[in-house]
Design a protein around this ligand. Structure first.
Ligand SMILES: Nc1ncnc2c1ncn2[C@@H]1O[C@H](COP(=O)(O)OP(=O)(O)OP(=O)(O)O)[C@@H](O)[C@H]1O
Length: 279
């Protein structure tokens, strides 16, 4: 597939008045967001509000019925190697290919020379700490390693924007923590813009430059945007992080309660959030 979006070092993303419908269902209403080149933006919100749907529009998988997305001024109209997507499940990897072949896949499809493919594989497997696994198959790796291969495979396309849909959601707590630390390093080295969907408030505080909170759906929009001005390495038990976490919990809690009220189910609105807090 030919690139329309430039590849390289991080691009500015403009989401301008985006609305998304699935038939008669109004999923997302009038979302406007400006994401700077190289920024790490987390999307948080109640379950089912439309985070993945909005991310799909950024990836060119879903066409908005109104508004649009541009990357460095270029309209997103379809998927593009310049927009890398990392999914929650590492089933996105090709099980019948080695790690090396998986990571080389995108560049090979774009007709990159064999020598350059080898360089890219080497560079990005090194970045995710998996050079020693190049000749293994995905089935021979742990869940955390497979997610790292998925990230290397996306980065080997040298995307200017990486879109991540709960990429660590299926990992155990310890692997998740390691991956969060690695993600912070990887994105600083690669310089790409990242839009990262998560349920996890602490994960968003650890990683984001800004956190956008969505309203409960249907017809979800952006409720508030929080800058995360915390020095690194971040610690969620730090008092300023704790204050931000409290604000985010309150903000999302309001939306969860609203959603439950709309469904006539508002008996124990705190439970969802306590479960998030415990993770
Ligand atoms: N292809 C589709 N057809 C119809 N409805 C859809 C489709 N995709 C998503 N939806 C609906 O749009 C709404 C938003 O879904 P989405 O998966 O984007 O939410 P989410 O915030 O990512 O959810 P979660 O946090 O649980 O992963 C939901 O009501 C969902 O049922």
């Amino acid at each position: 597939m030919a690139n329309v979006i430039e590849t390289g070092r991080g691009a500015a993303v403009r989401v301008d008045g985006v609305g998304i419908r699935f038939g008669s269902f109004h999923a997302v209403r009038d979302v406007t967001l400006d994401i700077a080149a190289g920024e790490f933006l987390c999307l948080l919100g109640p379950s089912g509000c439309g985070k993945s749907t909005l991310l799909s529009a950024l990836a060119g998988f879903v066409t908005p019925y109104r508004g649009g997305v541009t990357v460095d001024g270029v309209p997103v109209t379809r998927p593009d190697p310049g927009l890398g997507m990392v999914f929650q499940s590492s089933e996105a990897l090709f099980d019948w290919m080695t790690v090396r072949q998986n990571v080389a896949f995108g560049p090979r499809m774009r007709g990159t020379s064999r020598a350059r493919q080898a360089e890219l594989v080497d560079e990005y497997l090194r970045l995710v700490g998996l050079r020693h696994c190049a000749d293994r198959f995905p089935g021979q790796l742990s869940g955390g390693m497979r997610q790292r291969v998925q990230i290397a495979r996306v980065l080997a396309n040298e995307p200017s924007v990486v879109l991540m849909d709960e990429p660590f959601g299926a990992l155990d707590a310890q692997t998740r923590q390691v991956m969060q630390e690695e993600m912070d390093r990887i994105r600083r080295v690669s310089g790409c813009t990242v839009v990262f969907v998560t349920h996890d408030i602490d994960e968003s505080i650890l990683l984001a430059d800004r956190i956008a909170v969505m309203t409960a759906g249907p017809a979800a929009s952006i409720k508030s945007v929080y800058p995360v001005d915390l020095p690194g390495p971040r610690d969620v038990t730090d008092p300023s992080a704790a204050a931000l976490r409290h604000e985010l919990r309150r903000d999302i809690g309001e939306e969860v309660r609203k959603a439950l009220r709309d469904q006539g189910l508002d008996q124990d609105p705190g439970r969802d959030l306590d479960a998030q807090e415990d993770r």
